[in-house]
Design a protein around this ligand. Structure first.
Ligand code: ATP
Length: 331
């Protein structure tokens, strides 16, 4: 087996009395698209900065491709970082921005140009070489920042909230784009986000952070379908948490159960269906029509409320809005 692209062992970081990172162990494979997801202040940016070399760990080690880089300066590490604000030089054109790092490393002019053009092509920015950052859209600036990091051919590319500065529509386009760029260049991408949808859409695997440590690592499907804790269930996707006692499986065990809103079906009270032993009755308290689907908030007769998401297949908004106040069965 080859060494992982990134290996973190017992990683900790305190800033005075603040324990920002309280013990992180993690392996990221070569070529993975990996997300560190978590709420604000959970420590993910601090972990990224320790990998980049901008922060020194209080304890633990950072290895890149089997090499311990914990004590090395940022420029001595086989990584590059794309910052949220892109940090482009406004007075330089696109090509010069992308070449800058190579010029610092004294790469010959012809090779510089060739590599910069290849990097710009990989982010689909051919023909933009002479523009200045101020003459580009937000999405294009994002790509220049990406090309500037890719031109160094790092083993690992670190991205700090890479799409955070873009509006929703552009962000959705760039999610797909980033993923396909990553596949083409074959470099390990490690990015930080607090946007769960972004993490699930783009990544091969996700680490969910809470209070300075990792709660769960898994594929997007594992994180979403089998959350390891109520924190993960609540943070990733909308979650209906029910306290109770299991009737099957781990019989009689008390605990908290999570049911995703799209797995629930809204039925009439008199509707006879299989599996009604797992159903609950209640009253529709809120109806939120959202184009392709409608979100129903149901007050349960047994107490508590559940959210059910139903596809709007053959209905109009009039039909669903009228359901407020009706008695239903959730299956
Ligand atoms: P966000 O999504 O808001 O960037 P995050 O999960 O990336 O949050 P970090 O930026 O890693 O979280 O911060 C973790 C904790 O460490 C926070 O409580 C933060 O205030 C603290 N912290 C981070 N950097 C410093 C610093 N240079 N000095 C003091 N405290 C810091």
């Amino acid at each position: 087996m080859s060494d992982p692209a990134v290996r973190l062992t017992g990683l900790r970081k305190s800033f005075g009395a603040v324990d920002a990172v309280t013990g992180v162990d993690l392996d990221i494979a070569d070529g993975e698209f990996f997300a560190m997801l978590g709420p604000s202040g959970s420590g993910k940016t601090t972990v990224l900065r320790m990998i980049a070399g901008f922060e020194t760990p209080s304890a633990g080690t950072v290895e890149l491709g089997g090499v311990d880089v914990t004590r090395l300066a940022p420029f001595e590490r086989d990584v590059n970082t794309v910052f949220q604000d892109y940090a482009l030089f406004p007075h330089m054109n696109v090509a010069d921005n992308v070449e800058y790092g190579l010029r610092v490393k004294r790469v010959p002019r012809a090779e510089r140009r060739e590599r910069a053009l290849a990097a710009l092509a990989s982010v689909r920015l051919e023909g933009m070489e002479r523009r200045r950052p101020g003459q580009l859209s937000g999405g294009q600036r994002q790509r220049v920042a990406l090309a500037r990091a890719l031109v160094n051919r790092p083993r690992v590319l670190l991205l700090d909230e890479p799409l955070g500065a873009l509006d929703l529509k552009l962000r959705e386009e760039m999610q797909v784009e980033l993923k396909s760029i990553q596949r083409e260049v074959g470099i390990t991408f490690l990015f930080v986000t607090h946007d769960q949808e972004e993490a699930l859409t783009m990544s091969d695997r996700v680490a969910v952070f809470d209070r300075g440590r990792i709660e769960q690592v898994g594929t997007p499907a594992e994180i979403y379908e089998r959350p390891a804790s109520t924190f993960v269930a609540g943070f990733v996707g909308t979650s209906n948490l029910i306290s109770g006692r299991a009737a099957q499986a781990v019989l009689g065990r008390e605990g908290t159960f999570s049911v995703r809103p799209e797995k629930l079906r809204l039925a009439g009270l008199d509707e006879t269906v299989d599996g009604t032993e797992h159903s609950a009755t209640g009253t529709v308290a809120e109806v939120v029509y959202a184009g392709p689907a409608t979100r129903f908030v149901v007050e349960l007769d047994a107490g508590g409320r559940l959210i059910a998401l139903q596809q709007n297949l053959q209905v109009s908004s009039m039909d669903v809005m009228g359901l407020r106040g009706t008695r239903v069965r959730l299956i």
